[in-house]
Design a protein around this ligand. Sequence first.
Ligand code: ZN
Ligand code: ZN
Ligand code: ZN
Ligand code: ZN
Ligand code: ZN
Ligand code: ZN
Ligand code: ZN
Ligand code: ZN
Length: 338
Amino acid sequence: MKKLLPLLLGVALSLALSACTLFCEHEYTDATCVAPHTCTKCGETSGEALGHTWAEATCTEAKKCSVCGEISGEALGHSWTDATCTEAKKCSACGEASGEALGHTWKDATCKAPKTCTKCNETTGEKLEHTWEDATCTEAKKCSVCKETDGTALGHAWKDATCTEAKKCTRCNKTSGNALGHSYKDATCTEAKKCSNCGKTTGKALGHDYNQTGLNGSKIKYKCNRCSHTYEKEMEKLKVSAEYTGTGTSFGSNGINYTFGYEAIASGGYGKYQYKFEVFSGSEKIEHLTVDFSDSNSYGISSPYGALAVLNNTLKVTVKDGAGNQATYELDMTIKAE
Ligand SMILES: [Zn+2]
Ligand SMILES: [Zn+2]
Ligand SMILES: [Zn+2]
Ligand SMILES: [Zn+2]
Ligand SMILES: [Zn+2]
Ligand SMILES: [Zn+2]
Ligand SMILES: [Zn+2]
Ligand SMILES: [Zn+2]
C-alpha cells in the first residue's frame, strides 16, 4: 500500500493541472529552500525559492541547512592542539578534549632554581641554599654544587722570608723564592759568630786576648790585643813557699864544714821581687842576704848562699813584691854533718 501512494498522488496532480487552467484558484504550497510557492493543482509557481539556511560546518558536522537538512561539503575535523602538562589534547575550535594531561616532568630543585618542569618550566617551592666553600688565597667563595662564586679570592698573606724560611703565606703555606740564609758576622772577643738578621749564633765568643801593659799603683793594667779593651786588677796577695833542699859542705866554727841549698817560690804577684834570706841561731840573726828579681811573677831559685857555721838554726825567707805585698816562710834547718 505504501508504494502505491505516490503513484496515486501523481495521477491526481495531472488531473488537477488541467483543471486550474479554467477557473479554479491555485492552491500554493509554501515556498521551500529550493522551490518557490507552487500550486498543488497546476504546478504554477509564485515568487522565489527561499534558499538554504546554512549552518556553518563544525568539527564534526558538514555545512547543513537548518531548514531542509541538506548537507554541503564535509565536517571540518578537529584542530587538535598538543596535550600539555596540565591539559589534555584539545580542539582549538570546539574545545573537545582527548586523552589526558601529560603531567609535569619535575627536575629537582638546585641552588640556582626551584623544582622545575622540564617541559613547561613551571616551578614549585624554593631554590636550595648554596653550599658555600670559604674563599681561599686563590679562589673566591664558591658553591661546591653549582660553582657560583661570591666576591673575590683573598690573595696570599705573605710573611717575609727569613734566614731559614722562604717567603710564605700564613694561610695556605705556599712559599715563594728561597730562604735568605744567615748573614754571619765574625765572632768577637765577647760575642760568638752571629747572624745580623735573626741573631742566631754559632760557636763561642773568642774571649779577650789580654796583655799586661804596666802598673797603676798596686793595680796591674791589661789590654786586649784584639779589641783594645782594657782593665785593671789589684795584685793578688803574694804566695810564697820555701823549702830546704839539701846540704853541702862548708865549714863552721866547730870546724865542720856545711853548705845548704834552698828553693823559694813566689807567685801571684807582679813586678819586682825582693827575696831576703835570714838565718838565725836561736834568736840571734847570724846571716842574711838580699837578692832582687824582676819582670816575672814567678821565681824559683836554688842556690847555696855561703859558707855558714850553724847548727840547729832557722831559715826565714821573706819575699816582697813591687806592690809591697810581703810573706815570710820559716823553715827549720837541720844541717847534718857529713
Ligand atoms: Zn494551480
Ligand atoms: Zn534547505
Ligand atoms: Zn573540534
Ligand atoms: Zn609541566
Ligand atoms: Zn650553588
Ligand atoms: Zn695563601
Ligand atoms: Zn739568620
Ligand atoms: Zn778583646
